[in-house]
Each structure stands twice: as C-alpha cells, then as structure tokens.
Write a new protein. Structure first.
Length: 170
C-alpha cells in the first residue's frame, strides 16, 4: 500500500507508532489533522509578523502552541493585530472580529479591577508581566486565564509590539 507521508508522520506523532497503519476511520484522525493544520498556520503567521517587524524573538513558539497555549500580538496602543487559532477557539472571537480591539474587551463584571490596572501599568512601562485573570468568552461564559505578556523588540532593541501567551485554566 502507498501511504501519504504526512499521514504517517501524523500517526507517528499522535499515536507514537513507527510504521503507518491503514486509516480505520476519518472521524478519529480528522481532529488531529485540523489541529496540526492550525498550528502550522499559526507558525507561518507569526514568522511573517516576525519578519515584517524585524523582531528579535529567538524562542520557538511551536512547543507552546502544541501545549494549547494561545497567542495575541498587540501594538503599542494595545490594539490586537493578530491572534492564534487557539485564541479563536478559547474565546469564540475570530481574527476579523477582534482585530483592532483591545484585550480588555474580554474582561467583564467579575474581572478584578486591581489586576487589570496592574497589568496596564506594567505594559505602559514597556515591561513584561505574568498574571491570572477572569475573562469572558464571546458567549459571555467566564474562564480563568494565565497570561504572560512579553515586549517584542526589533533587532535594534526598539519595542514595537507585545506578545501575550495565554493558557486557559481548566
């Protein structure tokens, strides 16, 4: 039998098998395929942004994406310029819906105002910050999120954007 190499790689990664197996049911393999496609697209998008803005960001984000982290890139005005597919799945907002908005739109009535103010002050000082906050999805469901915000610097050291690495607490 002739197996598709990408499918064999998928099986090896997903099931830790050395040799390809026949596809028994597409419904089983399809979720893994879609997730891998989303991660690959996120990697391409982030690399495009990294090149466009000349960021000095040596960290490989692939492992973080595979660990179900979500990514948000904002400009210095704190407006969202890009979100990962994981962010879309976590919040229910698409890239088009959230682009140009501020991440604070995810906060609501029960969000701790002191935490929000602390984060804003650190970002205004162009500093990294790590915190836990109560956010709201598009459908208004609450969720706790651990977030690490890092300034993104160009090769000359100028800060142009921020990267938020987010993980929902379950």
């Amino acid at each position: 039998m002739n197996y598709n190499r990408a499918y064999a790689d998928l099986l090896k990664e997903a099931y830790n098998v050395e040799r390809p197996m026949p596809l028994l049911c597409w419904d089983i393999a399809n979720p893994f395929y879609e997730r891998r496609q989303n991660i690959a697209q996120d990697l391409l998008d982030f690399e495009r942004l990294k090149t466009t803005f000349n960021w000095d960001f040596p960290q490989d984000i692939g492992p973080l994406l595979r660990e179900n982290n979500s990514f948000v890139v904002t400009n210095l005005a704190r407006q969202i310029v890009w979100v990962s597919k994981g962010f879309e799945q976590m919040t229910g907002y698409t890239q088009k819906e959230i682009e140009g908005k501020k991440p604070g739109m995810l906060q609501g009535q029960k969000t701790n105002a002191k935490t929000s103010a602390f984060v804003r002050s650190r970002i205004e000082q162009l500093e990294a910050v790590k915190f836990r906050i109560l956010n709201y999805r598009k459908n208004n469901d609450e969720y706790w999120c651990c977030i690490e915000v890092k300034p993104l610097r160009t090769l000359t050291g100028e800060i142009t954007h921020f990267l938020a690495i987010e993980k929902e607490e379950i």
